[in-house]
Design a protein around this ligand. Structure first.
Ligand code: MTE
Length: 304
């Protein structure tokens, strides 16, 4: 595997906020309008990393008003309008299943337990759009190591909160709720895979999956489950949300792959939100150097 970009030790937390004052101000306005700024302690200090520093991130406005979060409606602007009903404190993430050290993590303890870092990653949605997002979080691998998975743990399953009172979209059978996602254990342990608690140096807005979500940048966006309450080590490949309802359209792996089309959407090109012309989609969303080795010898048309 190629060298991973280094942490830049001289970077200090609030710098990017000042750099991006305009986005920040727009963001504050959006938060005021939608009322999703949670009333509790801010995030601990975090450090910037070299990840994605050559990319220009989408604005706070774009990232927080154009969303997929079917628990709050199927329109792109529904999550920003409706996700205020989600209560993100208190919040517990249960780590369970095939592991020696299962644990119910209080979200605030979890956020303090692992050093936070900013990484700018591309997010490529299977629908054909993409964004570049400055996430704040930590590698999932650290949490997994603490849990000490047993030899039987081959996959990791992630489940979103299931509570139709807080998540009105769950009153409709669009998906078989709760939203469940999964990764092979080696994918979950890969240093690119993150648990995310913020963006642009701020706490994650509800519409982006507060208080904690998965981000797997080389896979289509739907793999990055939001508002997670359960992480479970399992022996068998989990039955995940989208393949369960449309198995011919969505596969378990869902690695970004311009050569394998979705039946309804070509995957060869994508539209970066905010841009007019489409750009070419890259294999593994541009992270092939880091992740291609995970799939050596696998037929990625069959395991789509
Ligand atoms: N997680 C849950 N629980 N419910 C969802 O509907 N949508 C997925 C993913 N995670 C979704 C979810 C899809 S299709 C995408 S593209 C990304 O979230 C979008 O993340 P963003 O809104 O932060 O850009």
């Amino acid at each position: 595997m190629a060298d991973l970009p280094r942490i830049l030790p001289t970077e200090i937390t609030p710098e990017r906020v000042y750099e991006r004052r305009r986005e920040f101000l727009k963001g504050s306005l959006a938060l005021a309008l939608y009322g999703t700024l949670p009333a509790h302690a801010a995030l601990p200090a975090w450090r910037k990393t070299a990840w994605g520093r050559d990319e220009s991130p989408n604005s706070w406005e774009e990232i927080t008003t154009y969303n997929n979060f079917y628990e709050f409606g199927t329109g792109k602007d529904d999550p920003a309008k409706n996700a205020g009903s989600l209560k993100t404190r208190p919040w517990t993430v249960s780590v369970e299943g095939e592991c020696l050290k299962p644990r119910a993590w209080d979200i605030d303890a979890l956020v303090k337990a692992f050093p936070l870092e900013e990484r700018i990653y591309r997010l490529r949605c299977v629908e054909g759009w993409s964004m570049v997002i400055p996430w704040l979080g930590f590698p999932l691998a650290g949490l997994i190591r603490q849990a000490q998975p047993t030899g039987k743990a081959k996959y990791v399953e992630f489940a979103t909160l299931h509570d139709p009172k807080q998540m009105p979209g769950q009153r409709w059978p669009v998906l078989d709720w709760p939203y469940v996602e999964g990764l092979r254990l080696d994918e979950a342990m890969h240093p690119l895979t993150m648990l995310v608690v913020g963006l642009y140096g701020k706490e994650l807005p509800n519409q982006n999956g507060a208080p904690i979500r998965l981000v797997v940048p080389w896979k289509y966006g739907f793999k990055s489950a939001k508002s997670i309450v359960r992480i479970r080590f399992v022996e068998k490949q989990p039955a995940t949300a989208w393949p369960r309802v449309l198995p011919r359209e969505y596969g378990f792996y869902s690695n970004v792959n311009p050569a394998v089309d979705h039946p309804r959407w070509s995957q060869a090109r994508e539209r970066r939100i905010g841009e007019f012309f489409k750009r070419k989609t890259e294999m593994f969303n541009g992270y092939g150097e880091q992740v291609a080795g995970l799939y050596a010898g696998m037929d990625l048309k069959r395991y789509f």
